[in-house]
Design a protein around this ligand. Structure first.
Ligand code: PHE
Length: 353
């Protein structure tokens, strides 16, 4: 029987070599390993064998089965690889044939205007010694509200219509939400650093609001924070003016008004004159001639404390630039909804590469 098994192994290998299609290979396998297959036929003779012979034949038969299975899967795999390679060969495109000049002119990729501006702002702040930080979109109540001096039941929570993951009225501790502002990154940034430090944090934010020419549910802000000793409102204004000058490459009309945000004291709204209507009033500036662009202020002592910083020792400023609005002002875009529309005709108008 052992000789028979060895002969079967040879026979199988020879047959397999001739085959090149999946069905044929699977048929051959069942011809050998199937219930009525050649290996089973031989093993039927086991009932007449002595116990010693069985001890020897059993493992040999198993080894043969294993070998057959292994050879079959190797061969199937080789066939698969060959067929994929053939397909790849057939679909190959020789890029050297393309008329690159034509492509550049007519079908180029490009950067979204927001990316262009964001990179410019990042360069301005990097050159002034700021770091660039990132943070999660899904946040908890603590980072979005509590650490920013907005305790539960504070009316300021209603200022930012929030997308909650839990019923906001339920008593689940530290409920999850989509961050409503990039100020969440202030808290994370403070905890990980010791003063003095300065960073910016660009990112997408989410508010459950009705959309119009100047409001989107998903929009972008760029947060900034500087903490150290004896930082003043003058420092804050200096950095804001430098930013605006670099981005617009000209002096723009700005005005500073008092603004209320629980995480800054004093708080300000820095508006720029609407560049779409040159101050005459349009749908973007809601006919006021001014666009709210840069809410900012001196960091509230409670916020410093939540970030592990002693307000007796250090102070600082923070701002939350409306990135999409800045993009709109710079390029004269009259509806924020164009920005996320995904319409290539819109994107194609901006600087490519
Ligand atoms: N987080 C505020 C908002 O989204 C903006 C802001 C940031 C205001 C920093 C002051 C300081 O509305």
């Amino acid at each position: 029987m052992i000789k028979q098994l060895e002969a079967l192994s040879q026979e199988f290998i020879q047959n397999l070599e001739q085959l090149n299609d999946e069905a044929g290979i699977l048929n051959l396998k069942s011809e050998f390993l199937g219930k009525k297959g050649k290996v089973s036929e031989i093993l039927k003779g086991l009932k007449d064998a002595t116990p010693e012979q069985r001890k020897e034949i059993g493992p040999k038969a198993n080894a043969l089965k294993e070998e057959i299975n292994k050879l079959v899967s190797q061969k199937l795999m080789a066939i698969e690889v060959e067929s994929v390679n053939k397909k790849l060969e057939k679909n190959k495109i020789d890029l050297s044939d393309l008329d690159l000049k034509y492509l550049k002119k007519n079908n180029h990729g490009g950067l979204h205007p927001r990316t262009i501006i964001q990179r410019e702002i990042e360069d301005v702040f990097l050159s002034m010694g700021f770091e660039i930080l990132d943070g999660p979109h899904i946040e908890d109540e603590f980072h979005n509200f509590e650490a920013l001096n907005i305790p539960e039941d504070h009316p300021a929570r209603d200022m930012q219509d929030t997308f909650w993951f839990h019923d906001p009225q339920s008593d689940v501790p530290n409920k999850k939400l989509l961050r409503t502002h990039t100020s969440t990154i202030q808290v994370r940034g403070m905890k990980e650093r010791t003063p003095p430090f300065r960073f910016i944090a660009p990112g997408t934010v989410f508010r459950c609001e009705r959309t119009d020419a100047s409001h989107e549910m998903v929009f972008n802000q760029l947060e900034g924070m500087m903490v150290g000793k004896d930082i003043s409102v003058g420092n804050l204004i200096y950095f804001m003016k430098t930013l605006l000058k670099e981005i617009f490459q000209k002096e723009v009309e700005v005005r500073l008004r008092p603004g209320f945000f629980p995480f800054v004291e004093p708080g300000f709204e820095l508006d720029i004159q609407c560049l779409i209507c040159k101050g005459n009033g349009c749908s973007v500036c809601k006919k006021t001639g001014w666009v709210e662009l840069l809410p900012c202020g001196m960091v509230h002592p409670n916020v410093l404390k939540a970030g592990g910083i002693d307000p007796e020792e250090h102070n600082g400023f923070a701002f939350g630039l409306g990135l999409d609005r800045l993009v709109m002002m710079r390029y004269g875009i009259d509806d924020i909804r164009h920005l996320n529309s995904g319409d290539l005709r819109f994107n194609h108008q901006f600087k490519a590469f």
